[in-house]
Design a protein around this ligand. Structure first.
Ligand code: KIV
Ligand code: ZN
Length: 516
């Protein structure tokens, strides 16, 4: 019998708080489905009260996920808990995760509350959350800098109110592994079997995974983590590192295990990188591009003679296929469909046709189409908002001398509109011209370009974050092309389409949106 540590994934909530990592609803749904396939026990799908967009995404995820528990975060406030309860209502298994700060510094300066008042709020929050769901988690925010006596007092009170999981976050990533271990040990002795102890460690000192693992060794049976370690500031504990450490060091963890299907780790990591545009650093443990690459001749020779000379894990165990078949110009629809299925995409006929069309255009320009190219191509197709505006042509003028300029043709309501403009640089000229054609005026908040695969003919992926209206959230746009300028123009047009679809959604949801 294994002793299970529950994996609580917060990529869609804390992970989304990474600078530049916002995702639209379609993208969140894709990630949630993949997290379910990965076998995570709980998916924190968002913070329902944060915005109508968050609410909508959690609700849709609750409709499509059935094996994993779907959870929404909520401050210890009635309006937050109500939004959380309503957003997760359709889920087969659901949880509300409510929190309040418990450290002296947070209570005094942020909450401006006396400790007794904080306990009252926490108890009221748990009791109210129980009117929506049975499964309530309570977090003592900044537990890493809280006093043990106060933690025990508030934990006692919220367990009596019905909390089933008590989360101990090291919110600012301050603790050292031995300190975290000692804290969890003392809390485990105090709580016993009354509730499950969870930990949520941030990575400010690079210790999030070590702190999580020490907590598990001392009695925590839920770990909150994210794919690729995404998250606020330096991020959260990386799911893949925690899971593989537990699997690889059975000598230390004994019967302790997770429900994760480790073969889905690499596909999940690639999907999250493709959607957020945030690549794990090349030397990142488990999922970095170099994690299983051996550069030195001595190492290569050793691995060829006996894999375990230099490898403590097998690439196959995380679902990394080093001999993956690459597709090319001559690959047909059938081969493309097989590849898409192998990469975990279940496409409808229409989605398959559209993605195949894009694949053919790419294969004409690029010799070898890798798994990463296909992942990015399909996710781009699936997550795009309806194409109200469509980029048809782009012509740019060299910016090395003279004034950078761009001529752009856009299709709108069946008609092609062409205009030209100048800018401070080529990208600026392209974006300003698109603004002139569409009549919208965007402010660029973030611009990222990555090469999807290797080689001079690598596919460029551009992610932009644009604000079209100061009173509305920024929108994300993605563009793919062999040519970086075309990818940039496509990304900007895709952000514009996302903005239009967000505006439509806000209009139809106006009533509930204002409530939240
Ligand atoms: O870091 C933190 O304390 C959090 C809580 C809301 C769990 O993210
Ligand atoms: Zn956090």
């Amino acid at each position: 019998m294994k002793d299970v540590v529950k994996i609580f994934d917060t990529t869609l909530r804390d992970g989304e708080q990474s600078p530049g990592a916002s995702m639209n609803t379609e993208e969140k749904i894709q990630i949630a489905k993949q997290l379910e396939k990965l076998g995570v026990d709980i998916i924190e799908a968002g913070f329902a009260a944060a915005s109508p967009g968050d609410f909508e995404a959690i609700r849709k995820i609750s409709e499509v996920v059935s094996k994993s528990t779907v959870c929404s975060l909520a401050r210890a406030l009635e309006k937050d808990i109500k939004a959380a309860g309503e957003a997760i209502a359709p889920a087969a298994k659901k949880r509300i995760h409510t929190f309040i700060a418990t450290s002296p510094i947070h209570m005094k300066y942020k909450l401006r509350m006396e400790p007794e008042e904080v306990i009252k709020k926490a108890v009221a929050a748990v009791e109210y959350a129980k009117t929506f769901v049975d499964d309530v988690e309570f977090s003592c925010e900044d537990a890493g800098r809280s006093e043990m006596s106060f933690l025990k007092e508030i934990i006692d009170a919220v367990i009596a109110a019905g909390a089933k999981t008590i989360n101990i976050p090291d919110t600012v990533g301050y603790r050292f592994p031995h300190e975290m271990g000692e804290m969890i040990k003392e809390l485990k002795e105090f709580i016993g079997e009354r509730a499950i102890i969870s930990v949520h460690c941030h990575n400010d000192l690079g210790l999030a995974v070590a702190n999580s693992l020490y907590s598990v060794l001392n009695g925590a049976r839920q770990v909150e983590c994210t794919i690729n370690g995404l998250g606020e500031r330096a991020g959260n504990a990386a799911l893949e590192e925690i899971v593989m450490a537990i699997k690889t060091r059975k000598d230390i963890f004994g019967k302790i295990d997770t429900n994760i299907n480790t073969k889905e780790i690499y596909p999940t990591s690639r999907l999250v990188a493709a959607i957020t545009g945030i690549e794990p650093q090349p030397n990142k443990a488990i999922v970095g591009k170099n994690a299983f690459a051996h550069e030195s001749g001595i190492h290569q020779d050793g691995v060829l003679k006996h894999q375990e000379t230099y490898e403590i894990m097998r690439a196959e165990d995380i679902g990394l296929d080093r001999n993956a078949i690459v597709l090319g110009k001559h690959s047909g629809r059938h081969a493309f469909k097989n590849k898409a299925e192998e990469l975990g995409f279940n496409l409808s006929d229409e989605e398959l046709n559209k993605a195949f069309e894009r694949f053919k255009i790419l294969a004409d320009k690029k010799k070898e189409i890798t798994d990463d190219d296909i992942r990015v191509l399909i996710t781009n197709e699936l997550s795009s908002a309806p194409e109200v505006y469509k980029l048809k042509k782009l012509q740019i003028n060299d910016c090395s001398e003279g004034v950078p300029s761009a001529a752009v043709t856009i299709e709108f309501e069946g008609k092609e509109i062409t205009d030209a403009g100048i800018g401070d640089g080529t990208i600026d000229a392209i974006f300003k011209t698109i603004d002139r054609i569409s009549g919208y005026k965007g402010t660029l908040n973030d611009y990222q370009v990555t090469a999807v695969s290797k080689g001079k003919d690598a596919l460029a992926k551009v992610v932009v974050k644009v604000v079209f209206d100061e009173n509305k959230p920024a929108v994300i746009g993605h563009g793919l092309s062999i040519d970086t300028m075309i990818a940039s123009a496509k990304a900007y047009v895709s952000a514009l389409n996302s903005y239009i679809s967000m505006k439509d959604m806000l209009r139809t949801k106006k009533g509930s949106g204002e409530d939240i």
